[in-house]
Design a binder for this molecule. Sequence first.
Ligand code: ADP
Ligand code: MG
Length: 230
Amino acid sequence: LEQEIARLDRLNLIGEMAAGIGHEIRNPMTTVRGFLQMMAEKNDCLKYKQYYDLMIEELDRANSIITEYLSLAKNKCVNLKIQSLNQILDVLYPLIQATAMREDKFIVLSLGDVPNLLLDEKEIRQLILNLSRNGLEAMSPGGKLIIKTMTCSGKVALVVQDEGSGIRPEIIKKLGTPFFTTKNNGTGLGLSVCYSIANRHKATLKVESNNMGTTFSVWFNQNQPEFPHL
Ligand code: ADP
Ligand code: MG
């Protein structure tokens, strides 16, 4: 429990800092990005075009890091609606599929018959993308990532299962600590964001891993019928 509290304290601190500077940094970045794009379109020297594209890509990466920080800052979901988890997955599927294809990996989407849930769509997208990205990054070409939904003992589960190298027990303990990464250019924020999104949905994020691969699962409570107005 103490460890859990320490983790939440760290999340809070980082969250507050992020909320403070994130917005301020984003505005000038948007301006720079806009001008870069304009210059990229005006410039017909192929070599420079590549540099412009690279600059825009890097700005987008910085921007997505800010999005992740900002996501840690929140302690409540703002846009909760009763909606279909399967539908959110259906919409995201082509995006994940395209990423997988580029790396010669496969996605299997298996949607169970699950009830609608009280969800923040943007956050659930982020959760799915972060887990899928980690799963893909853990696998060699040829690997298969299974994404599925199912109902199990009164809960709804979203499962992301990879055939990657697995996570050693001493590393599993550190998962969810902001900035913890074993990758060369990782941010170490993806899973922290997942834990905080799951928290805000009163869901539980679980991980199981062995040398055949890793399974992350998010367990949602079904909607309470006593709140039909939601
Ligand atoms: P990042 O992906 O930027 O490193 P994350 O917070 O998403 O940050 O993940 C933190 C660490 O957890 C990763 O660096 C990796 O060591 C481990 N990890 C997460 N997901 C998986 C997975 N599916 N398979 C193996 N290791 C994983
Ligand atoms: Mg990640």
